[in-house]
Design a protein. Structure first.
Length: 255
């Protein structure tokens, strides 16, 4: 796992697993596709629909209709406004995320005007996805900032919290902060990591840390545990790393 390229690959593997985790944080109701599409339209436009309902209620009041007959209109509008600001449109992210439409995911996230108003578990998911997007752009400073916010808020799923801490640990390792990296990765293993590939990466990174410490017995224990988690992935990882190094050497020779 030495080298900038290998670290980048590890971060993308973990980031992919994070996207998979957060699919399950969104509500998926057992309705037909038609009803789900209607539900998504309501979520997308509920702020403006709420304003239309309020305007309609005011217009009815001005024409002589009493308050109580229009109360249900105001009540529905209030629910729409509160859900817009406190829950947000994250439900809409599921489909573009699954299809790999990152631009649409970013557009939906940018439509959240006041992230600090989001309900705490939703806010945690919001910052995790922001961190993943920043990581995919290799903007590691922004990714670390967002993931720390998500970790501080806590995750509704322990596996997501573990993946967050693993990402933070890998970025600390990339900066050369082995102590902080080890702390985050140990915390990630304790919290639980959602998939075998990322869990193997965590143990393999601990193997690297203890190899740098010259504690070879502990290093071998983590190495064995890593292969127990997903030996095929680790073998492919090193094979791909080796082939990449060969390609770089060929390019340098040709130059």
């Amino acid at each position: 796992m030495n080298g900038e390229w290998s670290m980048g690959k590890v971060l993308l593997v973990i980031s992919h697993s994070q996207f998979t985790i957060h699919h399950s944080l969104f509500l998926y109701l057992p309705f037909s596709n038609l009803i789900m599409k209607f539900y998504n339209i309501i979520i997308k436009y509920r702020f403006w629909l709420s304003l239309v309902l309020i305007a309609g209620g005011v217009a009815l009041n001005m024409t002589g209709t009493g308050f109580w007959p229009t109360f249900p209109i105001y009540f529905i509008a209030l629910i729409g406004l509160l859900s817009h600001f406190f829950i947000g449109p994250l439900r809409l992210i599921q489909e573009p995320m699954e299809s790999g439409n990152i631009e649409e995911v970013e557009r939906i996230l940018n439509s959240i005007w006041f992230p600090n108003l989001l309900y705490k578990p939703v806010r945690s998911t919001y910052y995790t996805i922001k961190g993943n997007l920043a990581m995919m752009k290799q903007d590691f400073d922004s990714a670390e900032k967002h993931l720390k916010k998500s970790t501080d808020l806590g995750s509704p799923m322990p596996e997501a919290e573990g993946a967050n801490k693993l990402q933070l640990g890998m970025m600390a390792m990339q900066r050369g902060d082995l102590k902080q990296g080890e702390s985050y990765i140990r915390a990630a293993i304790r919290a639980g990591i959602p998939d075998k590939e990322s869990e193997a990466v965590a143990y393999l990174t601990m193997c690297q840390i203890f190899m740098n410490k010259r504690e070879l017995a502990i290093k071998e224990q983590f190495n064995q545990t890593a292969f127990e988690q997903d030996g095929q992935f680790i073998q492919q990882f090193f094979e791909t790393s080796a082939s990449e190094r060969k390609e770089k050497m060929k390019e340098q020779i040709n130059v």
